[in-house]
Write a protein that binds this ligand. Structure first.
Ligand SMILES: Cc1cc2nc3c(=O)[nH]c(=O)nc-3n(C[C@H](O)[C@H](O)[C@H](O)COP(=O)(O)O)c2cc1C
Length: 320
């Protein structure tokens, strides 16, 4: 998730069994072949076997509309070691859509197919190409056509965020629509949108008929959501609710990792950004957010959260 889930976050979220794979923030492709440093910045895991430190694979996501440019950049990413290329046809951001990227392609399924086909022709013989769509731009009438276009273009898996672009992130997610799509496709379809809890997970699976789901904001709101689902699937038992202390510790570890390269103030705002996601679904996180939201000094912020790890100096980790 752009601006939210970077390599450190992927690392932290995959330390406990739960996720089968992860995806980078999108790499924006306009026309030129991007330099290697852009791919490495989005996906530092390229130099580490393209997995998180715990061994969970990382797909590299491209967002763009020009098939030739997407193909050239997919080829570039493959040469740098990418093991899966994911194509983003779901981004609702006005700026991205105005420049004809993300969900704007859903207005014309032929363009989805052309983009996927070009990337598949460039790298599909070597590595899988996957795609992510919404149910449409301003209506759902082309949902199935867009999904089929991705499949016909050569996508080996399709994630469907169960809302149109115009629906933004407004609930509800229309999980039953994912089922309509799934029934007409031969490739695996993955359900996405508004899975915040084990109950949501089961409902999304039941209504969509999908075996797999993708978690976005829910994994930030409760970093134990994926492990919770995995635990329940393998034992039939429910893990207790995630205690505040566990949340505080993950935020402190996050701060320590980010502090290796980023200034204190930037790290403090990133910590508050994650806490903001947690507070939507947790009373104690909401209380702590109110208490620390104006603090810009990292150590004071972490103290306010009651976490244990403090990164004092640039480049140095200090776990107290
Ligand atoms: C801040 C933010 C950034 C996002 N960035 C990306 C992105 O880079 N690539 C992508 O495929 N989806 C991105 N998404 C969409 C999510 O992956 C997901 O499809 C959407 O949030 C719905 O799922 P959720 O309800 O589980 O969050 C982003 C969403 C948010 C809120």
């Amino acid at each position: 998730m752009e601006g939210v889930i970077d390599a450190h976050t992927r690392d932290l979220l995959t330390r406990r069994p739960g996720f089968d794979w992860t995806v980078t923030e999108f790499v924006r492709v306009v026309d030129a072949r991007l330099p290697p440093r852009v791919f490495r910045r989005h996906c530092p895991e390229l130099d580490e076997g393209v997995t998180t430190p715990s061994g969970v694979p990382v797909a590299l996501q491209l967002l763009g509309s020009d098939p030739a440019a997407l193909a050239a950049n997919a080829e570039q990413a493959r040469k740098l070691g990418a093991s899966t290329i994911d194509l983003n046809f779901g981004c609702p951001a006005k700026l991205v859509n105005r420049h004809d990227g993300g969900a704007s392609l859903l207005r014309d399924p032929r363009r989805v197919q052309a983009a996927v086909a070009a990337v598949h022709a460039a790298v599909g013989g070597e590595i899988p190409v996957t795609a992510k769509i919404r149910l449409g731009f301003s209506h759902r009438r082309l949902a199935l056509d867009c999904a089929k276009a991705a499949e016909d273009g050569g996508a080996s898996q399709l994630v469907v965020h169960a809302r149109t672009r115009d629906e933004g992130y407004r609930p509800p997610a229309h999980w039953e629509w994912i089922g309509r799509i799934r029934r007409h496709l031969g490739i695996p379809v993955v359900a996405n949108g508004d899975i915040w809890s084990l109950e949501d997970y089961w409902k999304a699976r039941t209504l969509s008929g999908c075996r797999d789901v993708m978690l976005g904001r829910g994994a930030l709101a409760d970093p134990w959501l994926a492990p919770r689902i995995r635990h329940w699937l393998s034992t039939g038992e429910q893990l207790p609710a995630t205690p505040w202390q566990a949340r505080a510790e993950i935020l402190a570890e996050f701060a320590a990792l980010q502090r290796i390269t980023l200034p204190e103030r930037v790290v403090a705002s990133l910590v508050k950004q994650w806490l903001n996601h947690m507070r939507q679904r947790d009373v104690e996180a909401a209380r702590r957010f109110q208490a620390v939201k104006r603090i810009t000094e990292l150590e004071a912020l972490l103290k306010g959260l009651g976490g244990a790890a403090v990164a004092r100096d640039r480049g140095r980790l200090e776990l107290a």
